[in-house]
Design a protein around this ligand. Sequence first.
Ligand code: MRU
Length: 321
Amino acid sequence: MLTPLRWTDGALEMLDQRILPTRVEWIRYTTAEGVAEGIREMVVRGAPAIGIAAAYGMALAAHSRSDLKSADAVLRASRPTAVNLFWALDKIQALGTDHPDQILAMAKSIEQDDLEMNLAIGRHGAELVPKAANILTICNTGALATAGHGTALGVIRSAFAGDKEIHVWSCETRPRQQGLRLTAFELMHDKIPFNSISDGMAASLMRAGKVDFVIAGADRIAANGDTANKIGTYMLAVLAKHHGIPFAIAAPSSTFDLSLANGDLIPIEERTGTEITHIEGVQVAPDNCPVFNPGFDVTPGELITYIITENGVFRPPFQFK
Ligand code: MRU
């Protein structure tokens, strides 16, 4: 099974997602600071995976008798939008111990629970997918973004493994190209039929009747169902509404932030402009080109047809609190 993280010989190894699929390399981390850097630089990415990595980061800090408060703080500062990071660190804090074995056991159980939640999401979500479906998705929400199987991509996997005839339209997902690099890699690995497309193609495919179902993951879901996910997701939800196509969000309960009444309160990460001006380290824009690079957007709950969690399928109007 594909996995973004592995705990080996007292260290956390991350599959370097910055260079996949052309190179498969693992980076070994032995400190919480290192793990925070790996999360910030997107060696590991995807909401559930960064939560799991942070929990292992705390286990590393406990093993080396480092100050757990500052380890927690450095991990919390690594990326702001995905609430799974804070959820996982809260779970470690709630243990109320600095015992390394107990913290490591909790990190392992967060990882195992995530896999089980994804398999349940896959089962619930697959029932919503039409018998023969062209499914459009964005970013990478698969095994690489989670403990395994995936959320939105997990639904696609489960539907494909069942009796559904599936074809996927996988959006490139500029600027970091998680769709083109990572989702394509996973779909090929599982031999699921698909085409990679550039982000701007979604509207014309929908208008041509070539999309039956849209599904995306989530980084944070507010109490009213407003959902932050990879930049470009909102655009797909508006398009799906216009064309009368179901738009689903798939996420585990660890992605819900019920302390926030609505999506306006979700912090949106802004990343360096070089992600836009450079591709694979090659400058493609004029020198000093001004850019704006938010990593996520918020899709209002009223545009979402289904929110699929491990506990079942929710339909609007959403009120999770
Ligand atoms: O910037 P990334 O690659 O961490 O963003 C990932 C996404 O937006 C995913 O859709 C989300 O985290 C869900 S992953 C199961």
